[in-house]
Write a protein that binds this ligand. Structure first.
Ligand SMILES: [Zn+2]
Length: 322
């Protein structure tokens, strides 16, 4: 097990997921109280991989005292009820993600937002069907407790700061070990892919859409000011040069925003139409990602005064007339 300054000890356990992103990372902290940061999806393959990984880290599942969930996506929290059944552990999640763990109406609210962005209803139904085929990936978690930014997770020998860094989800949290500069980033920073700015209802008011990329850009600003050394991510290998990656990410979003601005005209287009122009010939789940990308980047254009939206058969966006 790698050792870091000031007593930080943990093991990375890689578990499979049924999602295209591939395997997810679970971080196991063996010091009291024995803690997992994320726990993988609710599938038999994950349960097997996780149990073997815990054994390798010298942890018996019944010793787990708490599970901290980086964000309320099923590839990161699905195994939590099963582990709680075994250990009676506490489950903690970022405050603004807590409603998503128990409230299925959030899924319907997302559907409404997609229809509003111009996604055809057949496309939405297909998306639901595909998810159902994967099984019960969103078990309801009762009794989870909220964690806010600034909280500290104490362990025997060290502590981790909770950073609330919204963007990928509203309540996304990262854990920071300031003495070593090690960050556990969940899906806020990933090595090879840019975390998707997904269309998501505001958990505090599900009739409203959250501005995921506007929030994410602010989170990148905060991260760029932290003394980061190695970042351990929710998927894939650790990031050894996080500040360079944060710069790349900013550039990527600026370039995409510029590309989108060039597609806007004075007549108005829905996000769905723009997604078709920016990413031709996509299918299935990719359409959800594409339309999310468009809406997120248009939020940035609107924030900079370069686009406007109005309501014509869904939200249409056009160039801002000056
Ligand atoms: Zn993920």
């Amino acid at each position: 097990m790698p050792a870091y300054p000031n007593g930080l000890r943990f093991e990375r356990i890689v578990v499979p997921t049924p999602y295209r992103i591939g395997p997810a990372n679970v971080y196991a902290f063996p010091d009291e109280p024995v803690t997992l940061f994320d726990c993988g999806p609710n599938t038999p393959a994950t349960e097997t991989a996780l149990m073997l990984g815990l054994e390798g880290a010298g942890i018996r599942p019944e010793q787990i005292g708490r599970i901290v969930i980086s964000h309320a996506h099923p590839d990161h929290y699905g195994m939590a009820p099963r582990l709680q059944e075994i250990s009676g552990c506490q489950i903690l999640v970022g405050e603004r993600d807590l409603p998503k763990l128990t409230d299925r109406s959030m899924l319907y609210a997302t559907g409404r937002l997609l229809l509003h962005a111009g996604m055809p209803v057949e496309e939405l139904v297909d998306m639901g069907e595909r998810e159902r085929k994967l099984g019960d990936l969103r078990p309801s978690i009762e009794g989870a407790a909220p964690l806010s930014g600034g909280a500290r997770l104490r362990f025997e020998g060290f502590e981790l700061e909770v950073l609330h860094l919204p963007g990928h989800t509203a309540g996304h949290i990262c854990l920071f070990h300031r003495e070593s500069g090690v960050l556990f980033s969940g899906d806020t920073l990933l090595l090879d892919v840019s975390p998707n700015p997904l269309i998501e209802p505001d958990p505090m008011d599900p009739t409203e859409r959250r501005q995921s990329l506007v929030e994410y850009m602010a989170s990148l600003d905060r991260l760029s000011e932290l003394p980061l050394s190695t970042v351990f991510t929710g998927h894939g290998e650790p990031i050894e040069d996080p500040h360079a990656l944060i710069e790349d990410m900013r550039r990527h979003h600026r370039e995409r925003t510029t590309a989108l601005a060039a597609l806007l005209d004075d007549g108005g287009k829905t996000a769905w139409q723009l997604a078709g122009e920016l990413f031709p010939s996509l299918e299935g789940f990719d359409n959800f990602l594409a339309v999310s990308e468009v809406v997120a980047h248009i939020d940035l254009l609107i924030a900079h005064g370069l686009a406007e939206s109005d309501d014509r058969n869904g939200v249409a966006y056009h160039r801002r007339s000056s």
